[in-house]
Design a protein around this ligand. Structure first.
Ligand code: FE
Length: 159
């Protein structure tokens, strides 16, 4: 079958980049690496890289998240399991959890396919911040301009 002419182009890239600048700083010792940013259905795929231990964030998902741990390990305070390298994790809509990287884990890298939003909560379940595909794109754009990769670099990953 012919590839339909209105199909959007594929994306093929080294997920763990050679150029360190591709990692977008999210917080001290926390970065994400955009892979695919879908502005039509509000979904994005990225790697999360953490090089510190402790609590990262408490958040809620209004839509499904799929994760695959590439390196290191992490867990959620609300659950008893530990996600280790090779683990697949499904976070259903409505999940509220607090991401923790334990002492002794030098680096964790996890692939996440996220739909909708990340809704960040405080201990009293008040919304303190949120992110969606558009705020992620804006973060990437700002970082890539600042680091010299340029304003258009992020376009490679937007569909
Ligand atoms: Fe989550």
């Amino acid at each position: 079958m012919m590839i339909p002419p209105d199909a959007v182009p594929e994306i093929v890239t080294l997920a763990i980049p050679v150029d360190e600048r591709v990692w977008v700083p999210q917080a001290p010792d926390v970065w994400f690496r955009p892979l695919m940013l879908n502005t039509t259905n509000g979904q994005w795929c990225n790697l999360l890289r953490v090089r510190k231990s402790g609590v990262l964030s408490r958040h809620r998902h209004p839509a499904p998240v799929h994760g695959y741990v590439i390196k290191g390990s992490w867990r959620y305070l609300e659950h008893s399991w530990i996600a280790t390298a090779g683990s697949y994790v499904f976070e259903p809509p409505g999940e509220v959890h607090t991401l923790v990287v334990d002492e002794g884990v030098e680096e964790m890298i996890t692939f996440f396919n996220i739909s909708g939003a990340m809704i960040y909560l405080d201990a009293a379940d008040r919304v303190v911040a949120w992110e969606d595909v558009h705020t992620k794109i804006e973060m990437c754009r700002r970082h890539y301009v600042a680091c010299g990769l340029g304003e258009d670099f992020i376009r490679k990953f937007i569909r």
